[in-house]
Design a protein around this ligand. Structure first.
Ligand SMILES: Nc1ncnc2c1ncn2[C@@H]1O[C@H](COP(=O)(O)OP(=O)(O)OP(=O)(O)O)[C@@H](O)[C@H]1O
Ligand SMILES: [Mg+2]
Length: 266
């Protein structure tokens, strides 16, 4: 198979997460899909898109206490509603990809996967390989899943990305978010925050100030993202966190440029 890229469209970038408004930033989403389509035309790689949640997932998941272990019927209602809300966001993403000429198809984690204390213990990927083989673009997302220990739990998009990267032996892993990478301090809190160009298990203490997220986020924000990606380096796969808000970055990264944000490597 040709080069395989796992791409995450962060919820902070494609929705109005920080304002706490349950709306898609159509301009950002459409531009990302356009940049992806342009780069794919030029370079012909395979790609799996994973998108995050923003208020579509984090807010109902928080309201219904979906990461607290299954204790009440109300949480089961929350499972259904949170998933439905994520499907709505997914449909908007798939629609934009199709309008830009990509053969996008939704991949529903809650119908397929099982968690064990919030980590994937099972998620079939054979179908993804087959879909990629006929030039389709599977579009997966953070979702609510059955958890064999806690009953139900949240599958974070930031956990799904390294899982897919390992299972599918990805060549590139690129996460787009609303900041230009990982900074020594949360850039939202400090205008003196400095971008850390490269993070390894050796210099991770440089970024000990990485915090969660300003918007509602039930899956640990930037902190968890980084922990997941450091974990991925143990499988010999590096990843990059880059800005979704700066036009052109995604296309340049997909065409092979490195160093446009923060590189996470072993
Ligand atoms: N040291 C840091 N460097 C960069 N960003 C940081 C740092 N500490 C906290 N953050 C926050 O992390 C946020 C990105 O994480 P967040 O989980 O909100 O994004 P996302 O993964 O794109 O969204 P979603 O979880 O909805 O998919 C940034 O908006 C930033 O404010
Ligand atoms: Mg997040």
């Amino acid at each position: 198979m040709s080069e395989l890229v796992i791409l995450k469209f962060g919820g902070s970038a494609i929705t109005r997460k920080k304002e706490g408004v349950r709306e898609v930033r159509k301009d950002v989403l459409d531009r990302l899909c356009w940049e992806l389509a342009e780069a794919k035309k030029e370079r012909g790689f395979g790609v799996v898109v994973v998108h995050g949640a923003g208020p579509f997932g984090h807010v109902p998941a928080s309201d219904y206490g979906l990461s607290e272990g299954l204790k009440s019927e109300r949480q089961v209602v929350g499972f259904s509603l949170t998933h439905q809300s994520m499907e709505e966001l997914n449909a908007i993403g798939v629609d934009s990809l199709i309008r830009h000429g990509l053969n996008a198809v939704a991949y529903q984690p809650s119908a397929l996967g099982i968690l064990r204390k919030g980590r994937l213990s099972y998620l079939p990927t054979k179908v993804l390989i087959k879909l990629l083989g006929i030039d389709m673009v599977p579009v997966a997302y953070g979702d609510v899943l059955i958890d064999e220990v806690t009953g139900i739990n949240i599958l974070s998009g930031d956990h799904l990305v390294p899982y897919l990267a390992r299972e599918l032996h990805a060549d590139r892993v690129i996460l787009l978010t609303d900041v230009g990478g990982v900074f020594d301090l949360d850039p939202e809190d400090s205008k003196d925050a400095v971008l850390v160009k490269e993070i390894t298990p050796g210099n991770i203490d440089l970024v000990c100030k990485v915090s969660a997220s300003k918007g509602t986020d039930v899956t640990g924000g930037m902190r968890r993202k980084l922990d997941e990606l450091i974990g991925l380096t143990q499988s010999g796969i590096e990843s990059e966190i880059v800005s979704a808000l700066e036009p052109g970055i995604l296309k340049r990264a997909l065409l092979g440029e490195r160093g446009l944000g923060t590189l996470i490597r072993g």
